[in-house]
Design a protein around this ligand. Sequence first.
Ligand SMILES: Nc1ncnc2c1ncn2[C@@H]1O[C@H](COP(=O)(O)OP(=O)(O)O)[C@@H](O)[C@H]1O
Ligand SMILES: [Mg+2]
Length: 255
Amino acid sequence: MKLVGVISPKGGVGKTTVVANLAGSLTRLAGVGQVSVLDLDPQNGLGWHFGQVLELDQTGVCRASVTGRSPWSARVETQLGVDYLPYGWAAESEREAFEQLLTSDIDWLGRLATERPDTDTEVCVVDTAPGDSAYLRQVLHHADMVVTVLLSDGGSYATMTDLEQYLSDMLVVRPGVPVLQVINQVDRSERLSRDVTAAMTASLEEASAYVVVHRDEAVAEALACQSLVAQHAPHGQPSQDFDRLAAAVWRQLAS
Ligand SMILES: Nc1ncnc2c1ncn2[C@@H]1O[C@H](COP(=O)(O)OP(=O)(O)O)[C@@H](O)[C@H]1O
Ligand SMILES: [Mg+2]
């Protein structure tokens, strides 16, 4: 199973949105049942995109792992044919124990990728908490591909150099891990968004190094309706953007 880690130094930039909609678009390329999503963010926001409401006390990968069970025991099948591994409900002490486990057992995610009990799904897209964390370190240690998410605003642009430096430091032992930049919430009608997008893409140089996702109210509406953008507004711009992102990821994983 190939792991695609979605990361960002910042919160609220669209990581979870990208994970969910990328997984949906990848399912159309890889086939139903071939894509899973893993939520490594204690905020548990990922399931909502798939119509999954976390039940009170629901066991996810956090509790399963700290009690010595396989994270796959927490698997939930979604209507869209994407397998969902929730972070799960966790008391503060369980979250702390899980983060300690991830820090001391750096192979946790590597085992998850090889330990799938029944059929083998092709790709697992991993959501992460913002910034440096035990979750991010697992992802950078094991991901076959890293997708970074930034907004087309001044704040994100200011963090870009730091992000590149951080990634090159963290991936120094794993050179060649492909990194794809998502520039999210691009609004061509706003000068700042246009200018920041132009500056970001100029610094990335290669067109294959980034994918633009446009700002569109259908993205937020889809979340409110607990569905993916492709279901909510199949012919809209963001739906096409996520398909382009999935095609770029799929191409990279195959190469
Ligand atoms: N391209 C977009 N257009 C419009 N709204 C977006 C877009 N991407 C994300 N959003 C909205 O931004 C908010 C934050 O997104 P989210 O994926 O939760 O960010 P993160 O996981 O990085 O914290 C959500 O309300 C989401 O619907
Ligand atoms: Mg999130």
